[in-house]
Design a protein around this ligand. Structure first.
Ligand SMILES: *[C@@H]1O[C@H](CO)[C@@H](O)[C@H](O)[C@H]1NC(C)=O
Ligand SMILES: *[C@@H]1O[C@H](CO)[C@@H](O)[C@H](O)[C@H]1NC(C)=O
Ligand SMILES: *[C@@H]1O[C@H](CO)[C@@H](O)[C@H](O)[C@H]1NC(C)=O
Ligand SMILES: *[C@@H]1O[C@H](CO)[C@@H](O)[C@H](O)[C@H]1NC(C)=O
Ligand SMILES: *[C@@H]1O[C@H](CO)[C@@H](O)[C@H](O)[C@H]1NC(C)=O
Length: 686
């Protein structure tokens, strides 16, 4: 009883206050059951550690590269904490600041309840990240950070090429704040993707994958928030949300001077997934892998100077740690030349914008377009920007400002990496056909038949009844999976698509299993957008935790790069789905009597039960004990004690996707089991 009343009281403090006591009690009860499972199972042979044997936990060379990330995690921690709470790391976890000076100009932002809860969760997640980094690879004092409205205003003026009037204020309202947030976790994401090929310890690789999963998730939550509002005009300016994102991404590309590695939420087809979508909830390369950046590129961006030797922007005295300090003290200054070129490019872009705005194209384009249907003139503006960037790309890619960023004398792909990477193709196939069929009414056999490699067509796949927003997101996801399959099969080889069961009946069985009784009428993923997103909640998350589990075990720099790129996008997809569901957490799912939040909790709980290795999966609302730093019930992202993404072994994944809780007994989405050596071996040795 006292537990129940504690829970009730803490609920009152949150936006989710209206979830009834009995629902909360159900959640709490389920969590208690999971905790029990955790204790019984964690030591058993069903849950081996999942790390390579005889491997080195942390290499000396990993340390500086991992420490470098603390600069960005500090920026995020104080930006999010201050904005949500009105105080920062110095109050929440002062030992992690290690005596660094307090940030300049940090303040509480004026946020609505939804945004407030998301940002509070993000803030606490960064605390976990700093703790995980500093306890694993050591750390340095927080650098001086400039979080003042004035500093953001300068950045946005730079992005638009003229001074916004009144100056941009990130703390003004929720939308302004999310636009300002768009600036930050993405840089962490691409930095982690760039670092992964260069680190070798299995503990460092595990840490990085966990950090990358959550950074990519945060970035995706922000992007999908902005995507849902893409056509809104940002008060008090005359620019849409979409245009803000395009300008900021373009600024980052210009500052980093290494081509296009950053894309707004709407792009010309040439930059969309498979050249097929202008919807661009996630920013990714040709193969729909997350882009990667070197520390130099990151410093050029966050200093706002386009020069890693010249501090400024968020870091008035520069970053800390060996990598950042050497760039500053070394003064290997490229100076006039590099900056001169940058200025010319910037002026040129500003000129084109002015020109296009004068002829009226862009302003008209802002009025009354649909996401499906951005007018030709908008595309033209974007195209001009992209062309400009491409020019930069060609001038810069071969220059010393953009070294390849891979370790020297390293092996691209180890023989041992191959089976582990191929295993992922089972999941990518499931996602590809589920998303493509649902959005388009046809699947891989029409879009890229050679990737199916003669595997049988999926059972029961069909077009889903989706609204325009959901349709565009799922179409993008479908094409992204095509890129993933291509990247995997060309890099590590592949096998034919396994037989997939995508029938409504199969999903209905799964949801009955999740609720512990038959839903009436049976759950139908294809019924409407909300049902579809709930069904989608089932899938990319399994890919995400699988990639996190694989990263410590692979060694080739090309395989590590590939995995990080896949992980970034899988995590992004999962986060887009979760944030869609979080915004609707309290809605009752028609025609049942359960809220969206409860659906997610039941599915996550089912996956924990099937995998039999404790809690590695959490719904969008959790009891405080599972929230970031034990402080939030908001749980847009599912992550562990240190706010790192959970990891799973192939065995755990097969237990889940077979729906049997046994990697030797196929079923569920894979009536004949998965393909590839790992999955087949379990089937042969029951
Ligand atoms: C915004 O655009 C409208 C019409 O296009 C114009 O009347 C108004 O002055 C503009 N406002 C600003 C702040 O530029
Ligand atoms: C996209 O189009 C470009 C040419 O504009 C082409 O080089 C590239 O191969 C296309 N990408 C895909 C995935 O089809
Ligand atoms: C744009 O929208 C209009 C009306 O909403 C429609 O008639 C037209 O076909 C659309 N164009 C494209 C390229 O989708
Ligand atoms: C839903 O709940 C209401 C009241 O709690 C009840 O009257 C109704 O029969 C329930 N419907 C279903 C389908 O369970
Ligand atoms: C959360 O609470 C548990 C006890 O319920 C404790 O063991 C754990 O250290 C706490 N986590 C954090 C990050 O404070």
């Amino acid at each position: 009883l006292s537990l129940l009343s504690t829970l009730k009281n803490s609920n009152k403090l949150t936006i989710m206050a209206n979830i009834s006591a009995s629902t909360s009690f159900v959640m709490f009860f389920m969590v208690l059951i999971s905790s029990k499972l955790m204790h019984t199972c964690l030591s058993s042979s069903t849950c081996p550690p999942g790390y390579p044997e005889h491997a080195i936990p942390i290499y000396k060379e990993d340390i500086d590269m991992m420490q470098f990330a603390e600069n960005l995690e500090h920026l995020e921690a104080d930006f999010f904490l201050w904005s949500a709470l009105g105080y920062g790391l110095d109050q929440v976890a002062p030992w992690l600041a290690m005596g660094g000076p307090p940030p300049i100009g940090a303040q509480k932002a004026n946020l609505d309840a939804l945004t407030q809860h998301i940002i509070e969760e993000f803030g606490y997640e960064e605390v976990g990240h700093l703790r995980a980094l500093k306890t694993t690879v050591g750390g340095f004092p927080r650098p001086l950070l400039d979080l003042s409205a004035h500093n953001f205003a300068k950045l946005f003026d730079q992005a638009f090429g003229y001074p916004l009037v009144p100056p941009f204020d990130p703390y003004r309202d929720s939308l302004s704040y999310m636009l300002a947030s768009y600036v930050i976790p993405y840089v962490g994401l691409v930095g982690y993707v760039g670092t992964n090929p260069n680190i070798n310890g299995y503990i460092t690789k595990r840490l990085l994958a966990g950090l990358l999963g959550v950074e990519a998730g945060q970035d995706a939550v922000i992007r999908s928030y902005l995507y849902e509002r893409a056509k809104e005009v940002v008060h008090p300016y005359n620019h849409t949300v979409a245009e803000f994102t395009i300008r900021i991404s373009e600024l980052r590309n210009r500052l980093a001077m290494c081509g296009i590695k950053d894309e707004g939420i709407i792009v010309p087809l040439e930059l969309g997934a498979e050249n097929q979508t202008m919807t661009n909830v996630l920013s990714a390369n040709y193969d729909s892998l997350s882009y990667r950046r070197t520390p130099q590129e990151i410093l050029r961006i966050v200093y706002g100077t386009g020069n890693e030797h010249v501090p400024g922007g968020f870091y008035p005295h520069g970053g800390n740690g060996r990598i950042a300090r050497e760039e500053i003290s070394g003064k290997k200054y490229l100076g006039g030349e590099a900056l001169g070129f940058l200025d010319i490019a910037a002026d040129w872009i500003a000129y084109w914008f002015q020109f296009l705005e004068e002829v009226g194209g862009f302003k008209n384009a802002n009025k009354g377009t649909t996401m499906a249907n951005i007018s030709a003139s908008t595309s033209f503006v974007m195209l001009v920007m992209v062309l400009t960037s491409s020019k930069l790309m060609h001038t810069c890619f071969s220059s010393p400002t953009c070294p390849p960023g891979y370790p020297e004398h390293a092996i691209p792909i180890y023989k041992e990496d191959i089976d582990m990477m191929q295993f992922a193709e089972n999941l990518e196939h499931l996602e590809a056909d589920f998303f493509l069929w649902s959005a388009l009414g046809y699947g891989l056999d029409q879009v890229a038949p050679w990737l199916a490699m003669g595997g049988p067509p999926p059972i029961g796949a069909q077009k889903a009844n989706l609204d325009a927003l959901t349709q565009h997101i799922i179409e993008e996801f479908g094409y992204e999976e095509v890129g993933h399959l291509r990247a995997l099969k060309t890099t590590v080889g592949g096998f034919p698509r396994p037989l997939l069961d995508l029938s409504a009946h199969n999903f209905a069985k799964l949801f009955d299993q999740a609720f512990g009784y038959p839903l009436v009428p049976p759950f139908d993923p294809y019924r409407d957008s909300l049902s579809y997103m709930l069904a989608s909640y089932v899938i990319p998350y399994v890919g995400l935790v699988g990639y996190v589990g694989t990263n410590p075990n692979i060694n080739g720099y090309i395989t590590k790069r590939l995995l990080a790129g896949l992980l970034g996008v899988e995590s992004g997809q999962d986060a887009v789905i979760r944030s869609y569901l979080y915004e609707r957490a309290k809605e009752v799912v028609h025609p049942y009597n359960h809220t969206v939040a409860e659906f997610t909790i039941r599915i996550s709980e089912l996956r924990n039960r099937l995998a039999m290795c404790g809690i590695k999966d959490e719904g969008i609302i959790v009891p405080l004990e599972l929230g970031a730093e034990n402080r939030t019930m908001t749980n847009v992202l599912s992550a562990n004690y240190d706010s790192l993404s959970y990891r799973r072994t192939p065995q755990e994944i097969l237990r889940i996707v077979y729906g049997t809780g046994d990697e030797h007994v196929p079923g569920g989405f894979y009536p004949h089991g998965g393909n590839g050596r790992i999955a087949r071996e379990f089937l042969e040795k029951p």
